[in-house]
Structures are given as structure tokens and as C-alpha cells.
Design a protein around this ligand. Structure first.
Ligand code: FJE
Ligand code: FE
Length: 325
């Protein structure tokens, strides 16, 4: 009986079924939503930007999506880099203050060490959610000679969190919650999707979802109404927002309009899986003063930060005694 049901489901064309859970919709053909929208106010593509390669750090290559001149303000996000590093390059000793860095490794690894003695290697599928708070100085270097790549997202912290103690949340690949249903697979780095949620605590409320859709699959993911959100395509081609919009390929950032959710289709005509990250966050609505790796609210706080760094004060004390090895 059960086998028969599964067979019948398999005979249905993929594009007639929609996958949804409390936050992710995977609806059946009879749900009636297939010709309309799964959402009251579907999010559409507001802006599409190609993240072109540029050099960064010490001989590293990054495709900067968020943080480039066309995409400066996507509160609370400051930067999204799709990085690629090979030895002897990398990101040698540098500071951070006032925000969080999220490093999600796609291939190879990143070996990090900081001025408080925290060190390790983030490997393919692992995530490091680092709250720099009042100050971190660290190095981020390739773990193997070539092909070390992944995503690094910078999330701003609110004024009351900028000077908190630094903190790390690290999840090994095997401990990242995931779900698979009807040709849609999700890895939940932060937030909740398809009935699973991440243990990561986000001081700035954030969702970070890594989706893979088989050809013919579709997805309807809810996103809190007041949040800003965007997509970054890693591989394959997808149709985002409206079924009639033109497909988007790798290395593009899609900034989404306001609304209660996003629909995505990997057309039957495509032969490849579609992989993308969907990232959303509650805007802080605070002034942003940035000087490289220091992100505060005012210019005078930036000047104070440069002094703290220079004179090893207020969180940068260990700078006096430390260099990476
Ligand atoms: C940084 C220049 C930098 N993108 N992606 C200036 F390169 C960096 C920096 C990174 C970085 C590190 C990794 Cl592991 C991945 C990245 C920029 O470290 F922080 C400043 N200020
Ligand atoms: Fe860093």
C-alpha cells in the first residue's frame, strides 16, 4: 500500500509539487496554490548583481557580493565574500571590532588562530560563527595548498552588542541540521527550515540557509516580513521570486523585495542541481561607521577604536604579546 503511494507520487511531475514546512512550503498538487503564490506578499528580485573576482588579504581571491559599491547597504549585512585561497596566500593577522563573521567552508579548509589562544581548522561543510564584539585579532589561512573556498558573511551588531566579549560558535558539518524532501535539501546554518532548526544563537536575528534543488524541484521558504534578505547562487541555475522571471546562474546576488517568503524553481529543462544560500536578517536601523574591519556607529567611535588598537586597550590588550605562528 505504502509502496504504491510512493510510486504514484514519483509519477507526478516534480513541478506540480511544492515543498513546505512551517517555514518551508512543499505543497502537494491539490493544494491549489500552484497557479497562484504560496505567500500573501511574495518576495521578488529587487536587484541582481554579479560578484566579480577581486584580490583581497594576501593573494586571496574573493567574489564580493554584499559590500561592493553597488551593494553597500543591506542592513544588518556588511559583507559577503565567496573566497578562494591557495598557499602561501590567505588572511594573515588582522583585527575585527563591532560585528560578527560567519565562515562557511565549501571545499578544503581554513586554519584560524587568534590572540586569545583560540585556534582550529574549519573544513568543508563546517561553519564558524565568530562574534568579534570588542575585539579579535586573528589569522585565517588555507588548510591545504589549493582549493580552499567558502563564504564569509559579516553581520553587524547593534550598539548595545558592539563591545561584548568575543565568542565563537562552531558547528562541524555532521552537526549542521539538515532535511531532504521532494528534491529539496537544506542545511540550516542559522534559523529554521523544513522543520529543523540551527542551534546557533544569532545576536542580530539572522537566517542562513544552504539549499540544493534537483532539476524540477521547487521551494517556498517563508522569511520574516520586516527582514532584509538576499540570495547568493553557488551552482546551477534557478528561477527566483516569480515563475516567469529569467533564470539566474552562479555568483549572482539577488536582493529581495519585502514580503513574507521566497519561491524558487529549478526548471525541469536544467540538467544540474541548483545550490544557493538564502540569507535574511532583522535590520538594526542604526548609523554605520566603518573603517575596514572596524564597524561602529559613529566616526568618533572609529577613532577611539583605532586608538584602542594602536595602544592595545579595551579588548586589544593581547595585541602587545601576540603574532600568529
Ligand atoms: C579583512 C581585508 C581582508 N574576506 N573571506 C581587509 F581580506 C579581510 C578578511 C577577509 C576574509 C577572510 C576570510 Cl577567511 C574569508 C574574507 C575578507 O580577513 F577582514 C579586512 N579588514
Ligand atoms: Fe577575519
Amino acid at each position: 500500500m505504502r509502496g504504491l503511494l510512493v510510486r504514484r507520487l514519483q509519477l507526478l511531475p516534480f513541478n506540480r509539487r511544492i515543498i513546505v514546512t512551517n517555514t518551508t512550503t512543499i505543497m502537494s498538487a491539490s493544494s491549489g496554490s500552484e497557479f497562484g503564490s504560496a505567500f500573501t506578499t511574495p518576495r521578488l528580485v529587487l536587484k541582481k548583481v554579479l560578484a566579480k573576482s577581486q584580490r583581497e588579504g594576501d593573494g586571496a581571491i574573493v567574489r564580493r557580493g554584499i559590500g561592493r559599491s553597488e551593494l553597500k547597504n543591506l542592513d544588518p549585512f556588511l559583507m559577503l565574500d565567496h573566497f578562494s585561497v591557495s598557499a602561501p596566500g590567505g588572511f594573515p593577522d588582522h583585527p575585527h571590532r563591532g560585528f560578527e563573521t560567519v565562515t562557511y567552508v565549501l571545499e578544503g579548509g581554513i586554519t584560524h588562530q587568534d590572540f586569545a589562544g583560540h585556534k582550529g581548522t574549519i573544513r568543508a561543510g563546517d561553519v564558524q560563527w565568530m562574534t568579534a564584539g570588542r575585539g579579535i585579532i586573528h589569522s585565517e589561512m588555507p588548510a591545504q595548498p589549493t582549493n580552499n573556498n567558502g563564504l564569509q558573511l559579516w553581520i553587524n551588531l547593534s550598539a548595545n552588542n558592539k563591545m561584548i566579549e568575543p565568542n565563537y560558535q562552531e558547528l562541524l558539518s555532521e552537526n549542521i541540521p539538515s532535511a531532504k524532501h521532494e528534491g529539496v535539501e537544506v542545511r540550516v546554518i542559522a534559523g529554521e527550515a523544513m522543520g529543523v532548526h540551527s542551534p546557533v544563537y544569532t545576536r542580530t536575528p539572522t537566517m542562513f540557509l544552504d539549499f540544493t534543488l534537483r532539476p524540477g524541484a521547487q521551494l517556498h521558504q517563508s522569511i520574516p516580513e520586516s527582514w532584509n534578505s538576499f540570495v547568493y547562487v553557488i551552482e546551477g541555475e534557478g528561477v527566483f521570486g516569480s515563475p516567469t522571471s529569467s533564470p539566474t546562474g552562479p555568483y549572482h546576488v539577488l536582493v529581495l523585495t519585502q514580503g513574507d517568503g521566497l519561491s524558487v524553481w529549478n526548471n525541469n529543462s536544467s540538467s544540474k542541481p541548483l545550490r544557493f544560500v538564502l540569507i535574511g536578517g532583522q535590520p538594526l536601523n542604526e548609523p554605520v561607521a566603518q573603517y575596514g574591519p572596524f564597524v561602529m556607529n559613529t566616526q568618533s567611535e572609529i577613532e577611539k577604536t583605532i586608538e584602542d588598537y594602536q595602544y592595545c586597550r579595551n579588548g586589544f590588550e593581547m595585541r602587545r604579546y601576540w603574532t600568529s605562528i
